[in-house]
Design a protein around this ligand. Structure first.
Ligand code: SF4
Length: 422
């Protein structure tokens, strides 16, 4: 897809989007939304793609194995010029919107391929760029295999926290998360995690990210992850949509993902109480939403997305998971060396992820679970041509999980109320 032209990069990008996703690109007008009272949410989370390549070849990776292949045309690593432009743009955005906290996630490919020296310089540039009184939390999502003592020392010096991807037991992890020579990466990741578990590094350890697979055991998976003592576990549904449907093993139940999550929830919720039990973000989000609170993640709920991505070439993009939908699905046509982040408020795709109920399909709006579910992850709603105003391709799985957690909480609240009776 060519993104440049006489009309300018932003117009060319929107034109290309219209063919692939009528909603929001042909049907949602951010200017009209503003005229009727919608106020954009300032961006508070920035994903910096510091290195485009990865030292693993995981078979489900949305960057390399799914619809969008734009990584092929980008520089391998973020240049000093782009890095400084990104830091300056984040600083200006924080200043203009009076932000007191922003989060920056270093991502890839594999962010540790950027090297400790450049990671340290970037962290210092980011903190120097924001106005006084604004805190920059810096984290990274890494595959963990390049966590060495020297690297961790630099991360500690610059307070860069690490989330690490682990898919359960060694057997299950090594099936998908392999080096290019076909060898599994579990042993290398475990060595990296052992470094993070040292007392002097504990504050750097942000948690584990695990991609759910219906052919592995949820209890065994949870127990393996818990052995690494993460402060929090993120269970991630594999990115899929109404065209590329979720993989199911032969003979599996159509709600195998939901059933997996229900079993994992029960094991976590009813497991023997232990002081160091990890939090599980998805389960806590559903519980919070059932109790009329807010969600803290993209997977569920109606909270406005306040996240933008900056690619190695300076392109400002939407959330990476969209790359599982179609070629160019995350493009905005904006560039951090030229455009302010506020320009993204005019992108129908960005607006769609900030307008809550107005982004839901009629099916979702008439569904009793929608205040909790929020239609599921935006990327999982995609259908070719029609776009993103559809129920999640994981709809039935989400119903199963939400209803199950709702019933568990209701039963416990009733029990507590009964105990409190005179
Ligand atoms: S995705 Fe399904 S469960 Fe979620 S709100 Fe829509 S219809 Fe309801």
């Amino acid at each position: 897809m060519t993104m440049a032209g006489a009309a300018g990069p932003v117009d060319a990008v929107r034109e290309a989007h219209r063919a692939a996703a009528r909603w929001p690109y042909a049907e949602l007008d951010p200017a009209a939304l503003r005229a009727t009272g919608w106020t954009p949410t300032p961006f508070r989370e920035f994903v910096l793609k510091v290195h485009q390549r990865c030292n693993l070849a995981c078979d489900y990776c949305y960057v390399y194995e799914q619809a969008d292949q734009s990584w092929r045309d980008r520089p391998r690593a973020m240049s000093e010029e782009i890095r400084r432009a990104a830091a300056a743009a984040i600083g200006r955005h924080a200043e203009e919107h009076g932000l007191t906290r922003v989060r920056v996630i270093l991502h890839g490919g594999e962010p540790l391929l950027y090297g400790p020296r450049r990671l340290g310089e970037l962290a210092a540039e980011l903190r120097a760029a924001v106005p006084d009184g604004c805190v920059v939390e810096i984290g990274m999502q890494t595959n963990g295999v390049r966590l060495t003592e020297a690297t961790v020392a630099v991360l500690r010096e610059h307070d860069v926290k690490c989330g690490v991807s682990v898919d359960g037991t060694q057997r299950d992890h090594d099936r998908h998360r392999k080096f290019r020579n076909g060898e599994g990466s579990f042993t290398a990741v475990r060595n990296g995690l052992e470094l993070l578990l040292r007392p002097e590094n504990r504050t750097l350890y942000a948690g584990l990210l695990c991609t759910v697979s219906p052919d592995i055991d949820p209890v065994e998976t949870f127990e393996q992850l818990a052995k690494f003592e993460p402060p929090v576990i993120d269970f991630l549904l594999p990115h899929a949509n109404h065209e590329s449907r979720p993989w199911l093993p032969p003979g599996a139940s159509p709600t195998a993902y939901g059933e997996w999550l229900v079993k994992a929830f029960d094991h976590w919720y009813f497991g023997k109480p232990r002081q160091d039990a990890p939090r599980v973000r998805l389960f806590e989000d559903v519980m919070r939403l059932v109790l009329k609170g807010r969600s803290g993640s993209e997977q569920i709920g109606l909270s406005p997305s306040a996240l933008l991505v900056i690619e190695t070439d300076g392109a400002i993009e939407q959330v990476d998971a969209l790359k599982s939908a179609y070629q160019g699905a995350a493009f905005t046509g904006l560039d951090v060396t030229r455009d302010a982040f506020d320009a993204a408020f005019d992108d129908p795709g960005v607006a769609a992820r900030q307008i809550g109920l107005r982004a839901l399909s009629d099916t979702c709006l008439s569904c009793r679970f929608h205040p909790v579910c929020g239609g599921g992850h935006y990327a999982h709603r995609y259908a070719p041509g029609a776009g993103f105003k559809n129920p999640s391709v994981y709809c039935e799985d989400l119903r199963l999980l939400i209803e199950h957690i709702h019933r568990r909480l209701e039963a416990d609240i009733q029990r507590l109320l009964a105990m409190g009776e005179p």
